[in-house]
Design a protein around this ligand. Sequence first.
Ligand SMILES: Cc1ncc(COP(=O)(O)O)c(C=O)c1O
Length: 381
Amino acid sequence: MKNPANHDSTLDTACVHAGEEKLEARFGLNTPVITSSAFDYTDGEVRYPRYHNSLNHQVVAAKIARLEGAEAGLVTASGMGSISAVFLSLMKPGDHAVLLDGLYGGTTDLVEGLLTPSGFRFSIWDGDPDHLDSLITPHTRLLLVESPTNPLMTIVDLEHTAAIAQQHDTVSVIDNTFATPVVQQPIRHGFDLVVHSGTKYLGGHSDLLCGALAGSKELIEHIHPTVVRLGSSLNGQDLYLLERSLKTLSLRVRQQSANALELARRLDGHEAIDEVLYPGLPEHPSHTIASGQMKGFGGMLSLRLGKDRDPTRFLDALELIRPAISLGGVETTISQPSRSSHAKLGDSERNRLDIDDHLFRLSTGIEGVDDLWHDLRHALN
Ligand SMILES: Cc1ncc(COP(=O)(O)O)c(C=O)c1O
């Protein structure tokens, strides 16, 4: 496996060991799975799984915090559990937030279906740092971005963006699901808070639904009561599964990034492809910014099939790469955003975002890159 020159090998160690508790020898090396939902309270400690204070929760939350370079973390039952807790703990009706254009559909649905009708107010930012200042008002409580974005793989300049939010005393939040802390640690670039759909790369095996938050101790303690009230807690078995998955996060994501870069380069020259969207390609409009803030460029890439090609025939011809909603697993999957993540948008919104049936999103797995290329080339031809 290629090791990018700027690879941080201490992260490999943190994936395996951060957060672990050294228990008595009889428990062995792994964290025991605590299945109890009832605990003796007479020692003065109030323990209950929904309060996020079980051993399994503490170990995995500490590991994620360490990986993100944060003081503290929280694990939730889904990515949306984390995202909704962020909005509901940092804002009240009447407050305002700035959202990057084209956020994950579930986040947009939360904003449009629940928060806006409840009196929360939002502005959409086009990602240009020069346009951000004018969107922030005295009522703005938070800024939420993703980088890279789904599925167009646009990049936000993290340092510049975080600095503008900080000047306005606005909490800067990033959904780091696509990049993972292996590829980018936004807190080190000045962001206040990181959220994850842990269902994707953190879980990494397409068998776990979970979410996570990481930030300062003060912010996490502020969000904690909302997470408890919303009831977005993960059970002991799934917390253990997440801890186990995180031990190989760095290995997996480095292989996924290397595969994605190689596939992006090969796809880029193919006559059936109009465009490859991947920040690791020199012609990506934000390649220089991405190179400065990412270690490797992640496992997600998008491609636009030539207009003379039939998208359904291409999809049907793939044998190894399977169509799937969700991403970040060890297996390579493909999705057509116009029919999956962005299917609910109207035609005009999809046209505005330039998402049509010829656009495909690839979540690159850890398989041999030549086998993946063979499958893609066969389907393209
Ligand atoms: C970028 C991003 N954020 C958040 C979510 C929501 O996560 P979950 O499905 O774990 O609630 C998703 C799910 O696809 C996602 O892709």
